[in-house]
Design a protein around this ligand. Structure first.
Ligand code: SF4
Length: 378
């Protein structure tokens, strides 16, 4: 991978309150001065790293954390400053992640005026009991109102939904998903709840206090998910992602296609040339790198040919379209079968993958067992 990045990720590590399941890098209750210092540091990091960006960008993604928790005018200043320093290509995708509890109408209008066209909204559930279990700061009604207001302002809306929430049933999941799909959203991500270390859920789980859906309930939730999506205008294009035709997440697709990207902010990762660079994982580390005028990255991993090849396969097979065989050969010098013929044959024999239309892809069954299947390639 020698070319420069046409995609930029910016991490905002602040949240109003930590959700019980979350291990993302984000901090509660940071004041205006900390936020200002952080934005200034992001802009200095951009100046340092700009040489790794192409002349024009196709995607800009501001995620977190909760970007919309930034106090008045700050998210707007950040986006304004970024866009004044970057050139976006025609029709570029500009996404901001938002939490329904922190998204005012005024901010929706401001972001739209700045050129943001896509909002990725953390809905997680449209059931108040489940939202409470998760420790979310918003109600189901606030999520519904936020979606309706965003659609009214003509945003392309992507929603995140979670399954296997404590005490969730197939019926309650069906109600959330059905209601969400009744809105004309363009994109949906559905994730299984994962119990991550260093979270309140992990500690509760260790003590046996977390009531997770039993296996038959989880299976019923999976069935409901497949059925309701099949009946909707959205279709699956990645293990956990669904979109209307033409509305797949262009930014995330850059990751899955193992193309270059630049990441700014606490714990952000950048991938360009033969390097993967990771920034300091805490706010204090990041701000202290800034006060010493950088660099902001703390690891600088060299990606050799073999690693790059494995990552290309591993990431592409997350997509329903799979791995483009001629692109692979062009990029890695020999055919996919030359490197992975044995694994591919095994996967095809088990009905977990197939060759079709110049691609190697996983079947639905293969996508359901993706952890196992993908591990064969690394
Ligand atoms: S809002 Fe998102 S980033 Fe913030 S704590 Fe909750 S899940 Fe984590």
């Amino acid at each position: 991978m020698k070319d420069q990045a046409r995609s930029l990720y910016v991490h905002i590590p602040f949240c109003q309150k930590k959700c019980h399941y979350c291990d993302f890098v984000s901090y509660e209750g940071c004041d205006a001065q900390v936020q200002d210092n952080y934005i200034d540091a992001l802009l200095r990091e951009l100046a340092q790293q700009k040489e790794h960006l192409d002349e024009q960008l196709d995607t800009l993604y501001i995620g977190g954390g909760t970007p919309t928790v930034l106090l008045e005018g700050r998210l707007e200043r950040l986006i304004h400053e970024l866009l004044s320093k970057l050139e976006m290509s025609e029709g570029a995708e500009i996404t901001v992640e938002a939490n329904p509890g922190t998204l005012s109408r005024e901010r929706m209008r401001n972001l739209k005026d700045l050129g943001v066209g896509r909002i990725s909204l953390g809905v997680q559930s449209l059931n108040d009991m489940e939202l409470h279990e998760l420790g979310r700061i918003h109600s189901a009604q606030e999520a519904r109102d936020a979606i309706a207001a965003l659609l009214e302002l003509d945003y392309s809306v992507s929603a995140d939904l979670m399954c296997n929430i404590p005490r969730q049933t197939a019926d309650s999941f069906a109600a959330s998903l059905g209601e969400l799909l009744a809105f004309p959203i363009n994109h949906l991500s559905i994730y299984d709840l994962k119990i991550e270390k260093q979270t309140p859920f992990y500690r509760m789980h260790e003590k046996g206090e977390l009531i997770l859906p039993a296996e038959p309930v989880a299976d019923a939730i999976e069935e409901v998910k497949t059925r309701l999506i099949d009946e909707s205008p959205l279709s699956r294009y990645e293990i956990s992602n669904y979109a209307r035709p033409g509305f797949h997440a262009r930014h995330n697709t850059v990751y899955w296609q193992n193309k270059p990207y630049l990441g700014l902010g606490v714990a952000a990762v950048s991938r360009y040339g033969d390097l993967r660079r990771t920034n300091g994982a805490s706010l204090s580390e990041y701000l202290s790198a800034d006060s010493q005028e950088g660099p902001f990255y703390v690891t600088n991993e060299i990606i050799n040919e073999k690693m790059e090849r494995e990552e290309t396969v591993f990431l592409a097979l997350r997509l329903t379209e799979g791995l483009n065989l001629s692109d692979f050969e062009l990029r890695h010098g020999s055919a996919f079968q030359f490197f992975y013929g044995t694994q591919a044959a095994q996967i095809v024999d088990l009905g977990l993958g197939m060759f079709a239309d110049g691609h190697f892809r996983l079947t639905n069954k293969g996508l359901d067992f993706s952890n196992h299947v993908l591990s064969l390639f690394v």
